[in-house]
Ligand binder design. Sequence first.
Ligand SMILES: [Zn+2]
Length: 255
Amino acid sequence: MSLEAIYNVYKVYCITEGAWVNIAKIETEAAPNYCPNNPSHTINPDSIYIQEKLGEKQPVVIKTNANNTTTGLGNFSDYFKIHGYKLDITTLNGTQIFPISWKKNIYALGFMYQPTIDNIGDSIDVIIAPNTVIGVLSNSNNIGDTVININGVINYIKVGHELLLNGNIVGEVLGINGMAITIDKPLDTSYSQGTFVGFQIRLLQSNYIANANNVNINRNSLAVNAIPANTVCNIIYNNTSNSTKTFHFIIYYLY
Ligand SMILES: [Zn+2]
């Protein structure tokens, strides 16, 4: 996978605003010595530092095919693993998030959840690479906007991914044109230039547990999700009852 650039996200303290501001610059460009909101603002020149480097690693899940070993993460061997998990659901009438990850690249073939009668009526979501920051807003955005311009590593973003501004999910990506991202609904709040832009991949959305039968997802498909080492996957369990319970699932993968 080619990157257009590696970006440094700088933090600059704007004295005029009395606040830290973010600005993304291509690595080969000079560090900013101005406020991105307004160059006439006074900044503290000793405050400037790099908070984050974007684009050095590959934070995305690559949809590929089991027969194609050129995933961008290098070739993988044909070892197969079935990894079982048990979640202790202790949040009542609410949502609980369980982050899981692997220390090596894995190639997920599918997974199965194994509900009992205790889980009926609840639902699960799975988010891969939650709120992975890929840049900052290059302009401010107003309420009602559906187009968002960023400075950052835009080629991680694909149509259908969820977009986050300052950690809030603002919609699903409908289109990408240069450094402009169109989302599926108008912003309901405004965001200033320099706001962190992130994305995430929702693999399961509102999967209702209707009965106590095992549910297999993607088991017989050739499709593989390549998940880079240390990428977080959030398993989100929505408990609609007043009781604690457990939830069991299995992930099948190649490594
Ligand atoms: Zn400023």
